[in-house]
Ligand binder design. Structure first.
Ligand code: SF4
Ligand code: SF4
Length: 437
């Protein structure tokens, strides 16, 4: 597939940030192409379900990606505990370039830095990207979309938590979150909060009348408003800062268990806590290494014995320093793995217990759905880069799969397509709405 054709499909990374896939697959002559099927966020199942139920187009996409990038070798990272998935893939793989990479059941096994190290024994340099050390990482669903070779108009997500029937489904992008939740049997949202993504790094959804399934949504988790995780996620930075100043005894557990610290990066969240305790603003040079925080949440949700918010303080410091122009590449030297790294991994079981989600750890089987969607709202920016430029106006008729948003010239972005057929109902500064006729 030519790079231009790939660009016209509007595919973005489905593992989180939404980096445009045509740009990622423009890399050439790489050593390792690494598929991220770790899915380390608790409760989510979409990657494992896709590897089982969409194996042929996924492998087709992977082989196309290997051809395009001229990769020497590929690894598919899947947790060892999913023995059935590994066995299934082993019998389906028919390309000598592709191997399996069985992973431990720890958090965050799917972090890009962790996965690259597990696959290649190489560490991403300070301020670098995997390509700097000959690696490209892509998500399972992203490669499935490449294999299908069609415009990105649907999204696969797990819907779970306090729902009658946890499921993994494929739905049109732009579907309302309310309609998506109904697919898991959840119709009455009274007393519930909804997380977009996983419990560790997801975001709490606000106005459910406006929220829609986007290109990067991997899961919807319903939890009671009174659940401790929801209460923590609902706190303002002001409240987090007040709590941070209350009781930190500088034990350094948050740092000693930090996955990026254990890989050898300079992050030290206890210093961000100290800065918050001792300074009026969390912007002192003392916590400048917070720019290396990947926001995984382990320190705040698991490591701290006092239930304090080191992540939130580290992220606040990171934003301050990045806004000042601090660059990760300014650091001298190179990362070096901590000798205790393998002994300090946090298993998903321990994590589930600590964050109070053990009772919600249920299967969410891939379930085909036959939906007649009446309306979709398609945000103009569901990817890293700039928003797309609308190519349609209110009243225009569009067909499912039709290109309705273009990448501005010379900019980073991902093409937008209509996810249902119908008439354009509204074009605003941030979204295009299509209503079925
Ligand atoms: S934030 Fe918690 S884990 Fe970190 S140093 Fe303070 S008390 Fe210890
Ligand atoms: S959120 Fe905490 S544990 Fe995770 S990288 Fe940042 S400082 Fe480390």
């Amino acid at each position: 597939m030519a790079a231009l054709a790939l660009e016209e499909l509007g595919i973005v990374g489905c593992g989180g940030a939404g980096f445009p896939t045509h740009v990622k697959l423009a890399a050439r002559d790489i050593d390792y192409f690494i598929v991220n099927g770790a899915e380390c966020e608790p409760l989510l199942h979409k990657d494992k379900e896709l590897l089982l139920h969409q194996t042929a187009p996924f492998l087709q996409g992977l082989k196309l990606a290997l051809d395009l990038t001229r990769a020497k070798r590929a690894f598919i990272g899947v947790k060892k505990k999913y023995a059935k998935v590994l066995e299934h893939l082993r019998s389906a793989i028919d390309d000598p370039r592709i191997d399996l990479l069985p992973l431990g059941d720890f958090y965050p096994a799917g972090d890009e830095y962790e996965l690259v190290y597990e696959a290649s024994q190489r560490l991403i340099p300070y301020g670098g990207i995997p390509l700097n050390i000959g690696c490209v990482v892509a998500n399972v669903e992203t490669l499935l979309l490449v294999g299908r070779g069609q415009p990105m108009t649907t999204k696969v997500l797990t819907i779970t938590g306090q729902v009658p029937r946890p499921v993994t489904v494929e739905v049109p992008i732009g579907l309302s979150v309310r309609e998506a939740l109904a697919l898991a049997g959840l119709h009455d949202l009274t007393g519930l909060a909804i997380i977009d993504g996983g419990p560790m790094m997801g975001r709490l959804l606000g106005d459910l009348e406006r929220e829609v399934v986007t290109k990067t949504c991997g899961g919807l988790i319903a939890l009671p408003l009174a659940h401790p995780l929801i209460r923590k996620m609902s706190r303002s930075l002001k409240d987090h800062t007040r709590i941070a100043r209350s009781a930190c005894d500088q034990c350094t557990d948050c740092t000693e268990l930090c996955p990026r610290f254990l890989l050898g990066y300079p992050i030290k969240p206890h210093k961000a806590m100290r800065t918050a305790q001792l300074s009026a603003a969390n912007d002192q040079a003392w916590s400048i290494e917070s720019v290396f925080c990947c926001e995984c949440g382990l320190c705040s949700l698991f490591s701290c014995p006092e239930d304090l918010p080191p992540r939130e303080m580290a992220v606040a410091a990171k934003k301050t320093h990045l806004a000042r122009g601090v660059k990760l590449s300014d650091w001298k030297g190179a990362p070096s793995v901590h000798p205790m790294r393998s002994a300090r991994r946090v298993s998903i079981d321990r994590l589930l217990k600590k964050i109070g989600l053990l009772d919600y750890d249920r299967k969410a089987p891939f379930t085909p759905v036959d939906l007649r969607v009446e309306r979709v709202r398609l945000p103009l920016k569901m990817h890293i880069g700039v928003p797309v430029q609308p190519l349609v106006k209110p009243g225009d008729r569009v067909a499912a799969g039709q290109k309705i948003g273009a990448i501005p010239p010379q900019k980073l972005g991902a093409v937008l397509h209509a996810s249902i057929s119908g008439r354009v109902a509204e074009v605003t500064a941030d979204a295009i709405t299509i209503a079925r006729e």
